[in-house]
Design a protein around this ligand. Structure first.
Ligand SMILES: O=C(CO)[C@@H](O)[C@H](O)COP(=O)(O)O
Ligand SMILES: [Fe+2]
Length: 232
């Protein structure tokens, strides 16, 4: 039985960090063991909040040359920002399918042509089967475990049914969870089959972010091992 290529990746969200110190905060997270940085881009239309765009990402990339940047695009027009984000050094462009249902495949194509990986994001109210028609054109699916727009919200446990369904359908797919994820909720995410973990407040606010990141990684890795044992 071929060994599953799924690995656990921890990508802290910088949203609730001191954004006036974005570079240092990002460096601190990477030095604490983060595998990638999850950069929450909000346009104030798709979600009732406004954060930062490609100029900020470009500046961050000029200070951090190697790390993997994922932008979580909470924007009404994902197509509009593909090229600017690619030019700013983004590695993965994760966008919500809700505002662009007719053009999801076009956006996937443009993201790939721009040299980035494709992430498809689903709000809590969107049925997980909505992503079925697009999965073959994506590298990852993000299951939101809070309403997008703000960090520090309460984890929505019922979203784990979506993760479980996805993992059963697509054993090798990268599945990300985002929102209210931390030491108290990571076991539910791991058991359901998530392997890419976004955590904001729980890591940013931790006394020992390194310990939190490694505890979450250990929890996910042991679940991935169990999933692998079951399927072999
Ligand atoms: O996309 C979002 C919020 O819309 C997330 O990335 C949050 O920023 C994660 O922060 P916590 O819920 O872990 O504090
Ligand atoms: Fe996010």
């Amino acid at each position: 039985m071929a060994k599953s290529k799924l690995t656990c990746k921890i990508g802290p969200s910088v949203l609730n960090s001191d954004l006036s110190e974005l570079h240092h905060e990002s460096r601190r997270l990477l030095d604490s063991g983060a595998d990638y940085l999850h950069l929450d881009v909000m346009d104030g239309h798709f979600v009732p909040n406004l954060t930062f765009g490609h100029p900020v990402v470009k500046c961050l990339r000029s200070k951090i040359d190697k790390a993997f940047f994922e932008t979580h695009m909470m924007v009404s027009n994902p197509m509009q920002w593909v090229e600017p984000m690619a030019d700013s050094g983004v590695n993965q462009y994760t966008f919500h399918i809700e505002p662009c249902q007719e053009t999801v495949l076009d956006v996937c194509r443009k993201v790939r042509e721009s040299g980035m990986k494709v992430g498809l994001a689903l709000k809590p109210g969107t049925d997980v089967t909505a992503v079925e028609q697009y999965v073959d054109h994506a590298d990852m699916v993000l299951i939101m475990t809070v309403e997008p727009g703000f960090g520090g919200q309460k984890f929505m446990t019922d979203m784990m049914n979506k993760v479980r369904w996805l993992r059963q359908q697509y054993p090798e797919l990268d599945i990300e969870v985002d929102g209210g994820v931390g030491p108290a909720t990571i076991a539910a995410c791991a058991e359901a089959g998530a392997n890419m973990i976004v955590s904001g407040t729980a890591v940013i606010g931790a006394k020992d972010p390194k310990a939190v990141i490694s505890q979450m990684r250990d929890t996910v890795n042991s679940s991935l091992q169990q999933l692998q044992n079951k399927s072999s």
